[in-house]
Write a protein that binds this ligand. Structure first.
Ligand code: AQP
Length: 328
């Protein structure tokens, strides 16, 4: 089984990214042939600073390695190093319906926030994401719940390509964690924890120090009741239960039972403590990894060579099926 997933080089990865995606990446390393990519090309679809992008890319690479991605067990690379992604995105755009792209929630949310330019790249973002996965004929795509619509679209694109040009691409399947696929903002628990759309105090960053994490949980929005249970009218407490269950590997029921007699304040402190403990080994490894940029470059370049060796023959098949490019 081949597994593929990508993550943006936004640098300040948050607890939602960590639980919904990064922990899954580490877990799936031993489930099959895992391929993980830092998607710098996707990061250019909104306003950004080129120098900062490189810095954030190294931050993200160091976070993933510190979290346990092992380049000896998984292919780990930078999207922009493998040109096949961009070429395939263009080719797939001919089997992507404009109307489908127009329905994507992420485009609607993010384009509104782009004051000077809502780029065509932001609109076609899901086509590049489809290319990322389809270039490797990946079977599964571990992602957070917010990516469901994009994964469904990439499945449609693969199916339409195969129907139009003959069986060439693998139709991948999204993989979502049962617990922790959608971590919510601690201040606005109706919204997902997010790099661009969340509140600063409601977003716990992977690299936040223990005191900051404790403070953010202490101030987390709850409700006027006193019960520690998951219920639609208790989004704040439900989110804290989900976070505690995810970082400790326990069930919801187990967490609810263990804290049935706790006060909200004590429960929040317990969640903070578990998160600090979970992130501690990542913090311990991060600084040394981040300090050695040449080593990070080496890892990413070696990963890109391995990635290209898989993607290049797929592109040969795609060009041949579509009748474009060199004959042969
Ligand atoms: N709140 C979340 N809960 C669980 N999983 C989440 N993911 C994102 N938010 C949550 C998953 O993290 C992976 C990487 O996402 P990305 O590449 O989009 O990185 P990002 O841009 O830094 O993450 P955000 O917060 O989603 O940014 P926004 O929304 O501001 O663009 C994906 O698998 C995603 O599902």
């Amino acid at each position: 089984m081949r597994i593929f997933s990508g993550i943006q080089p936004t640098g300040r990865k948050h607890l939602g990214n960590f639980i919904g995606a990064i922990e899954q990446y580490v877990h799936h390393q031993d489930q099959g042939e895992a391929i993980y990519c830092i998607v710098d090309l996707h990061a250019t679809t909104v306003r950004y600073d080129p120098t900062e992008l490189r810095e954030r890319l190294y931050d993200t690479a160091a976070i993933l390695l510190a979290a346990g991605i092992d380049p000896a067990r998984a292919i780990f690379f930078r999207q922009g190093d493998v040109l096949e992604h961009s070429e395939l995105a263009w080719l797939l755009s001919s089997v992507t319906a404009f109307g489908d792209l127009n329905r994507m929630h992420q485009f609607k949310e993010k384009s509104g926030a782009q004051r000077d330019l809502a780029s065509a790249g932001l609109f076609t973002y899901p086509v590049l994401m489809a290319a990322d996965v389809l270039a490797y004929r990946a079977d599964t795509v571990p992602v957070g719940d917010d990516q469901r619509q994009h994964v469904e679209l990439m499945r449609d694109i693969a199916q339409r390509f195969n129907a139009r040009f003959g069986e060439t691409l693998v139709v991948p399947r999204g993989v979502y964690r049962e617990i922790g696929a959608r971590i919510m903002d601690l201040q606005e628990p109706a919204r997902k924890m997010s790099t661009t759309g969340g509140t600063e105090q409601g977003t716990v960053y992977v690299l936040d120090d223990a005191a900051t994490i404790e403070r953010k949980f202490k101030r987390a929005v709850t409700d006027s009741g006193a019960e520690i249970v998951r219920r639609p009218d208790k989004p704040g407490i439900s989110n804290l239960i989900e976070i505690l269950a995810a970082v400790t590997g326990r069930s919801f029921e187990d967490v609810e039972r263990a804290h049935a007699a706790s006060r909200y304040g004590d429960f929040k402190a317990a969640v903070a403590e578990a998160v600090v403990e979970r992130l501690q080994p990542v913090h311990e490894r991060y600084d040394a990894l981040r300090a050695d940029e040449p080593a990070l470059e080496r890892v990413l370049r070696e990963g890109a060579e391995k990635a290209r060796a898989i993607a290049a023959p797929v592109l040969v098949d795609v060009r041949r099926a579509m009748g474009v490019g060199p004959v042969g």
